[in-house]
Design a protein around this ligand. Sequence first.
Ligand code: RIB
Length: 299
Amino acid sequence: MKALNFGSLNLDYVYQVDHFVGPGETLSALSQSVNPGGKGLNQSVALARAGAPVYHGGCVGAGGELLAALLEKNGVDTRFLRRVEAIQGNAVIQVAPSGENCILLFGGSNQQVSRAQIEEALSQFGPGDYLVLQNEINNLPLLVDLAHERGMILALNPSPYNERLTGVDFAKLSWLLVNEVEAEQISGSGEPQAAWEAVHSRWPGVSLVVTLGKRGSVAFPAGGGEPVFQPAFPAKAVDTTGAGDTFTGYFLAGLMEARPLPECMVRASLAAALSVARPGAADSIPTREELENELARRS
Ligand code: RIB
């Protein structure tokens, strides 16, 4: 069993600020850095650091070579990455003293995924393999339809939630992973139980995970099992960027190892807590060894 993550790679231009800049305001940042990011790249790194065999499909544009190199350094197979004539996808991120962020995205190279690239990559995957998706690349409906035809297990983190998801057939997913804002956008309620009832009545085969920040996370399995609530591990937040991606990667890696759902939730939640205590997105994701040590220390 292996995972193909078709997703974005971004250069994150990160600015530490004492408050988020407002309309018409000019604000001096306290510091600046350029870091590897993108929900796709972050989730591939999280999957790989968690120990899963992962391939990354996506597009690298001008200035993005270091992102491909970072994936490779982390053990992600990059044979399905393509070089394209476009500026590398990027994000401008403000990080407040609370660790909270706000993000401005530019798709760039991430919007150049072609049908031929998708067909070539998917031809190497089949029943039981995972396809992991977020909403920062083009051609998502095609990816979902073709991967479903091949019998793959589909997991979607529909972030950012916007009109580009309109053509995606959610009934073909096995897992939907959302935060409370996205839960509300999809179902009309940010309250997990109500979101689950709405999702389940619409797409009965889809299992749902809702992350709730400091309030923890909850998983609702489609097969009729009990929901699993996982409290958040306490953490001193330095930078929450990429915490959701860390959760998603570790959660899916747990499923791929056939761990019981409560164990997947513990590991994902602890990995996310470790990530928020460090700056950056991909850079902040813990290794499997760090996670095991932390689990042992807390038991
Ligand atoms: O989820 C965090 C990521 O969102 C950042 O790395 C940024 O690139 C945006 O894609």
